[in-house]
Design a protein around this ligand. Structure first.
Ligand code: DQA
Length: 147
């Protein structure tokens, strides 16, 4: 099973940006955490991070050709307004989980809206880095049930 994890803008700045919101651990620590779980579960894991909307769309489209089985995405700020990323996600008919480290319902008003969640199977928000592990379990279950 091949799972792709996409992280959007400023998530490479974890451990530097707004530590009160996102914690002290850096992006490398996040990657290590999800890689460890993927190894445990014997899942093929690919990760991608970009600060650019177009690059994220290109990577979602590449997932189609690569025959990725499931997708986990934290679109970061693009969550709230990128119809282009939403459309790219909608074109993939594989299990898709949206993750947010912080609880986007309990922050500024503009963060309460996700334009990408309606084209994903599930949204996991406010569980810190563990949200990615929860998303891995969720996406794997959806992939298994699809077969
Ligand atoms: C985020 C929440 C977004 O509102 C914000 O723009 C981010 C990170 C999160 O993981 O909590 O960059 O997606």
């Amino acid at each position: 099973m091949k799972i792709l994890v996409i992280n959007g803008p400023n998530l490479n700045f974890l451990g530097i940006r707004e530590k009160g919101v996102y914690g002290d651990r850096d992006y490398a620590a996040l990657l290590a955490l999800i890689k460890e779980k993927a190894d445990e579960l014997n899942i093929e894991l690919e990760t991608f991070q970009s600060n650019s909307e177009g690059e994220i769309i290109d990577r979602i489209q590449k997932a189609y050709y690569d025959k990725v089985d499931g997708l986990i995405i934290n679109p970061a700020a693009y969550t709230h307004y990128s119809y282009a990323i939403r459309d790219a996600l909608a074109s993939l008919s594989i299990p898709k989980i949206e993750v947010h480290i912080s609880n986007i319902q309990e922050r500024e008003e503009f963060r309460r809206v996700s334009v990408t969640a309606p084209v994903c199977d599930e949204q996991i928000s406010g569980h810190g880095f563990d949200g990615y592990l929860m998303a891995m379990d969720a996406v794997i279950n959806l992939c298994k049930n699809k077969k």
